[in-house]
Design a protein around this ligand. Structure first.
Ligand SMILES: Nc1ncnc2c1ncn2[C@@H]1O[C@H](COP(=O)(O)OP(=O)(O)O)[C@@H](O)[C@H]1O
Ligand SMILES: [Mg+2]
Length: 385
């Protein structure tokens, strides 16, 4: 049984090898030189996009310069209308930028002719929120479609579809129609159809938005698995911050068509600098418990009281909430009130709220770089007497 699985895996791995090889050949034939960049890398250079609509021009993207490393999982977030889909769609030239350049594997795709575009779209697969499956065709026919269009021989189509259905966990569903599948299974068909052309880049536009949380998790782990096993670059748009947190290496925050901020997920999520990022991350953050928030005073009366102290961690330098240190500074009667800590890519970030006896030198005590990246007194809780 495991041998069969292994065979399927090697088959698909070979498939990926062929993909990057043929991409190299493509480049050699179109540019006369082999690629000097990692397979599946994308570079946006001063990309602009203005749509012309009946209501006048709409500026969707402004001055986007950013690099997506080959083999990474790259998340794009932003409010509705921020330009996420527009940017994603420039990668397979479903949208042509009105300014700047998009380079895939170092090649400027804006200069591509029709035949090069066809080849590009085989190298760049795409999956969608509503799956975009043909309801009158079976799973097999849906997945086989790109190969049939490309004129691949029948026997090879059969083998490749079988391998890719195995990869996404849909063996035995070849003859099923989409209407008989669950949402998660439909998206697996969408993923299989995108992978059957052996792409080096996979674009996902809100691919898990129509799925329930449990199915979302299973699709995410499939995407991560595909990324690791095939070395595929994945660029994904989502409004679910937990998706970014779960599987992305890098994140780009778009705001009104511009880059708000970008970086490794732990850096951006651990220390969001832009207002748009903070707003997007809000759902991940639990506020102060209401019973407490309601009775806190901002000033200390000088009478016995409990101070609520918030320690903030950004993940930088490996600094972690060390209870021993906190107790050594604040005293043994310190309690943990709330923890909003997270561990992303091995870096601990978030907030820890503790309660400790109010005292005059508290501000000074907590301003200690060994304790946290930032510390503040949220307020004082005076016991009812
Ligand atoms: N084909 C189009 N014609 C005119 N305006 C468009 C078109 N596509 C998108 N837009 C506009 O461009 C902006 C960015 O859209 P989009 O990239 O879809 O944002 P997002 O995916 O972040 O929601 C929005 O203001 C949207 O209305
Ligand atoms: Mg969109």
């Amino acid at each position: 049984m495991s041998a069969v699985l292994f065979d399927a895996a090697t088959d698909v791995l070979t498939v990926a090898g062929v993909a990057s090889h043929s991409a190299g050949t493509l480049e050699a034939s179109f540019t006369g030189k082999p690629a000097a960049v990692a397979a599946g890398s994308i570079r946006f250079e001063a990309v602009e996009k203005t749509y012309v609509s009946s209501a006048g021009p709409v500026k969707a993207l402004t001055d986007i310069t950013i690099e997506v490393p080959g083999g990474s999982i790259f998340g794009i977030i932003g409010r509705s209308g921020a330009g996420k889909s527009s940017l994603l769609r420039t990668i397979n030239r479903l949208e042509l930028p009105t300014g700047g350049h998009v380079l895939v594997d170092g090649e400027d795709i804006s200069t591509f002719h029709e035949d090069q575009l066809v080849a590009l779209r085989r190298r760049v697969g795409m999956i969608f929120q509503h799956f975009n499956l043909l309801s009158a065709k079976t799973v097999f026919a849906n997945v086989a479609l790109p190969l049939v269009v490309a004129g691949v021989k029948k026997q090879e189509v059969k083998e490749r579809v079988a391998a890719v259905l195995k990869l996404v966990g849909l063996e035995g569903k070849e003859n099923t129609y989409p209407s008989r599948l669950s949402g998660g299974q439909k998206q697996r068909v969408g993923i299989a159809r995108a992978l059957v052309s052996r792409p080096e880049i996979l674009l996902c536009d809100e691919a898990t938005s129509a799925l329930d949380p449990e199915t979302t998790l299973s699709i995410l782990s499939l995407l991560k698995d595909i990324n690791r096993r095939l070395g595929l670059t994945i660029v994904l748009i989502t409004h679910e911050m937990s998706v970014i947190r779960e599987i992305c290496d890098h994140v780009l925050v778009l705001e009104a068509g511009r880059i708000a901020e970008t970086g490794r997920v732990w850096e951006v999520f651990g220390n969001p600098r832009h207002e748009a990022t903070r707003a997007l991350l809000k759902p991940l953050d639990r506020g102060l418990p209401e019973d407490l928030a309601g009775r806190l005073n901002s000033r200390w009366s000088g009478k016995p009281a409990t101070a609520l102290i918030e320690f903030t961690y950004t993940g930088v330098g490996g600094l972690q909430p060390d209870l021993g240190r906190i107790l050594a500074v604040l005293g043994e009667d310190t309690q943990i009130i709330q923890s909003n800590l997270d561990r992303i890519q091995g870096h601990v970030s978030g907030r820890l709220i503790v309660a400790s006896a109010a005292r005059a030198d508290l501000h000074h005590l907590i301003a200690n770089p060994d304790l946290a990246h930032a510390a503040r007194i949220i307020g004082y809780d005076t016991p009812n007497v």
